[in-house]
Design a protein around this ligand. Sequence first.
Ligand code: ATP
Length: 362
Amino acid sequence: MASLAVRGLAKRFGDAVALHPTDLDIADGEFLVVVGPSGCGKSTLLRLLAGLEEPSEGRVLIAGADVTERTPAERGIAMVFQSYALYPHLSVAENIGFPLRMARRPRREIAARVAEVAALLDLSALLDRRPRALSGGQRQRVSIGRAIVRDPAVLLLDEPLSNLDAALRVKLRHEFARLHQRLGATMVYVTHDQMEAMTLANRIVVMRDGRVEQVGEPIALYDRPATLRVAEAIGAPAMNLLPVRIATVDGHGTTVALPEGGDLRVAARVPPAEVGGTATLGIRPEHFRPDPGGPFAGAVELFERLGPQSFAHLGRPDGSPLVAQLPADRHVTLGQVIRFSATPEQAHLFGPNGAAYPRLSP
Ligand code: ATP
C-alpha cells in the first residue's frame, strides 16, 4: 500500500498538450476514479503514473519517494487495461503467475500465490483453461489476477469494464468494490461510466482538455459542481443548462430571468455589478417539480419509463430542450405541456467564465 502524488506533472506530444501541469494527492488505500470526455488526458495521466510514458515536466511520488526516473516494474505499480492482453497459449494459472515467473520466484511460491489470487477472483475452477475458452468477464478477471499477483502497492485500471455487456459490468463493479476492500491497495480507475464513478470512488477527479477541473467526493461533485464542465460530467441524465439573465441580487440570493419569461430564485451570491449580465442556470432532472404555476414549461417530445423512474424530454419555445424526472406512475401524453418549478437551493448558477457562483445556505 502506498500514497501517490504528482507535482507539476505535464505531458506534451509535439505541440499538443495532453496534460497541463497537474498536482494531485492520492491517499494510501484510496479508490480514485478519473472521469472526463474522450481525449481529456485520462489515459495519459494513468500512463505517466505507471511509468509507461515519460513526462515533459514534473514528478511522480509513491509513498513520498520520487519514482519519476524508475521503470514501470520498479514502481510497484500494476495496470489493468480495457483489452485483456492475455497470452493465448498459456493457461489461466500460467497467465496469472506470469509476473512471478518473470521475477524468478520459486515454483512452489508461484503455485500458492496463483491459488490464492484465483480464489479471490472466483477463478479456481478455471485454472487449466486457455483464455479463448473463457467469457469476457472471466478474461478480465484473469487480467486483474495477473495485475494483483505481485501485491502491487498501487493498481491502475484504464476502463477495465468497457468491453463487457451491461449486466457483467454491474457484477464486476461490485467485485471491484470488494477487491478494493480486501486488498486495501491504492487504486486509480479511469472510466466513462457514471455509475462506476459514483459507486466506486472515494473521490472523483473530473478532467477536461488536459486539466483537472475538480476533485472531490462523489456526492460533493454532484451537489456542488465548481464549474459548468463538472456539472456536465457528473450525473445521468445530465444537468439541464439554460441561458439566463441576472435580474436582481440581494442578501438572500439572486433572481434570474428565464429565456421564455418568468423568474427563478437561486441561492447563489452574484456580485451586484453583474446584474443585467448573462449566466447559465443548471437544474438536475430529478430537481424539477411538476407545478402548474411553475416558471418552466415544455411540451413532451419523448417519455422514457425506466421502472422506478420516468424521464420526460421537453421541447421549449426558445429551442433549449429540458429533461425532467417524473414520478413513475405519472401519466403523460406526447405534446402535452407540463410546467415545473425548482427550489432556490437546487438551482445552480454559473458565470460567463464557467465557474459556479458561491452558494448561499438556506
Ligand atoms: P479516451 O477516453 O478517449 O481514452 P483520454 O481522456 O484517455 O481519452 P488520452 O488518451 O490521455 O485521452 O489523450 C489525451 C490527448 O493526447 C488526446 O488529444 C490524444 O489525441 C493525445 N495523445 C495521446 N497519446 C498520444 C500520442 N502517443 N501521440 C500524440 N498524441 C497523443
